[in-house]
Design a protein around this ligand. Structure first.
Ligand code: ZN
Length: 372
C-alpha cells in the first residue's frame, strides 16, 4: 500500500502549478525517450487524449492542474519517479511496493493552500518576516531537486543508448525473449504428429484433432492449449531469477523464526546474505543479555531472595519473567510458553491395571428358542 501525504501549503499553492507542470512534462518526456517507451504510450499522447484543451486557447487553470497531476502519476507509475519527494527514482518496483522508497508516497495537494498563505502573510510585516525563511527553505529544496533532475535529464538526450531498466537487465530480457521463442518452436514440434501426407495431428491425448498442415496445427496449439506453452516458457526465466535472487543483499522475505529453546521460544531473525542466504542465531545474544540482567540482579540478591516467593506469585502479573528463575543451561526442549493449542493432539500413556479389579462375570443368558 502506498503512503498518502498532503503537500505543504507553499508547494500546494496555485502559483506553482504552471511551472511544476512544465517541469514534470519535460522530465516525463526525457524518461520516455531514454527508456524508448512505445510512441503511442508516452505521456504526450496520453495528455492529448485526456486533456484535449491543453493545446488550445480555452485552457483553464484546472486543465493545467490536471495535466500536472497526470504527469506526476505517470512519472510515479511508469518511471518509478517521485516528483514531490526530492525528484528521485526507485531502481526497482519491489522497493516501491515495500514502501521504503520516496516513490512509495502518493501526494495530495492542500485544497485551501492559497487561502492559508494569504492569512499567514497578511497579518503584519513582522509575522511575514518570521514565516518566509522556513517556507522558502522547503520550496527551495524542491526547486533545487527539480532543477537538478532536469539538468540530469538533458544529458540523457545526447549520450548513451536508450534502455528500459539498465543495460544489463535489458540484455538479459532480450536473451530470455530469444530463449522463449526457441522454446515455442520446440514445443510446437513436440506436440505435432505429422502424417506421411503432411497432415498434422494435435498430440495432446485429450484432443488429437487433425489439421491440414503444421501451420493450422500451430494456430490451434497456441489458441487452445496456451497454458502448457506458458509453463514451458516460464522455465526460460528460472536461471536469471535464481541468479538475481542470489545476488540480493536484502531479501524481500519475511524474517524466519528461530527456535531458541523453551526459555525464549521462537525469535524472528532477518534473512541476509548474497550467494549464501543466512540468518543469525539470536539465542547466544539473548543468553548474554540474560546473563547481564542476572549480574545486575545479584547486587540486590538479599532483596531478591526476600521477595522470592512474591516474585513467583507475581511472575504472571507484571513481575520478573519466569525465565529468570530457571537454571541457565536449560536443554532445548519442547516450548512451554503458556500457549495452549486446542488442536494439538497429545499422546498420553494410560496404564491399565486389572489385578485388583473385580469383574463380575454374568453367566451368559441362555437363548430361548423362539417358538415358531
Ligand atoms: Zn489440441
Amino acid at each position: 500500500m502506498p503512503a498518502v501525504k498532503v503537500l505543504s501549503v507553499a508547494v500546494s499553492s496555485r502559483a506553482r502549478i504552471q511551472q511544476d507542470k512544465d517541469a514534470a512534462i519535460e522530465l516525463a518526456n526525457a524518461f520516455d525517450h531514454k527508456r524508448d517507451v512505445p510512441r503511442d504510450c508516452r505521456l504526450g499522447v496520453l495528455l492529448r487524449i485526456a486533456l484535449p484543451r491543453l493545446q488550445g486557447s480555452d485552457l483553464t487553470l484546472q486543465d493545467t492542474e490536471d495535466a500536472l497531476d497526470l504527469s506526476i502519476a505517470y512519472l510515479r507509475r511508469v518511471h518509478l519517479f517521485s516528483f514531490y519527494n526530492g525528484c528521485v527514482a526507485a531502481s526497482n518496483i519491489s522497493d516501491v511496493f515495500r514502501g521504503n522508497n520516496a516513490t512509495s508516497t502518493i501526494h495530495l495537494r492542500l485544497a485551501n493552500a492559497d487561502i492559508i498563505l494569504e492569512q499567514t502573510q497578511n497579518p503584519g510585516s513582522t509575522a511575514k518576516q518570521e514565516q518566509s525563511p522556513k517556507v522558502d527553505l522547503l520550496v527551495q529544496h524542491l526547486n533545487d531537486a527539480i532543477e537538478n533532475a532536469l539538468e540530469e535529464s538533458k544529458s540523457w538526450d545526447s549520450s548513451g543508448p536508450a534502455y528500459l531498466v539498465s543495460t544489463e537487465i535489458d540484455s538479459q530480457a532480450k536473451d530470455i525473449e530469444k530463449d522463449e521463442a526457441r522454446t515455442e518452436d520446440v514445443w510446437i514440434k513436440n506436440h505435432a504428429v505429422i502424417d506421411s501426407d503432411g497432415r498434422a495431428r494435435c498430440s495432446f491425448h485429450f484432443c488429437r484433432k487433425l489439421f491440414k498442415d503444421i501451420t493450422f496445427l500451430k494456430k490451434h496449439l497456441l489458441k487452445k492449449h496456451p497454458e502448457f506453452l506458458k509453463a514451458e516458457r516460464a522455465k526460460s526465466h528460472d536461471t536469471y531469477m535464481m541468479e538475481s535472487w542470489d545476488k540480493q543483499e536484502q531479501r524481500p522475505v519475511p524474517p524466519i523464526l528461530v527456535d531458541c529453546g523453551r526459555v525464549f521460544s521462537t525469535v524472528p531473525s532477518r534473512v541476509l546474505g548474497a550467494v549464501e542466504p543466512m540468518a543469525a542465531d539470536p539465542e547466544p545474544e539473548l543468553w548474554k543479555r540474560q546473563e547481564e540482567r542476572r549480574k545486575q540482579d545479584e547486587g540486590g540478591k538479599a532483596r531478591y531472595e526476600r521477595n522470592y516467593d512474591n516474585h513467583n506469585q507475581l511472575s504472571n502479573h507484571g513481575g520478573p519473567p519466569a525465565a529468570l528463575n530457571q537454571p541457565l543451561l536449560e536443554p532445548r526442549g519442547p516450548r512451554q510458553n503458556g500457549f495452549l493449542d486446542v488442536d494439538d493432539m497429545h499422546e498420553e500413556k494410560v496404564e491399565m491395571a486389572f489385578e485388583d479389579v473385580e469383574v463380575q462375570v454374568k453367566p451368559p443368558k441362555k437363548k430361548k428358542k423362539k417358538l415358531l
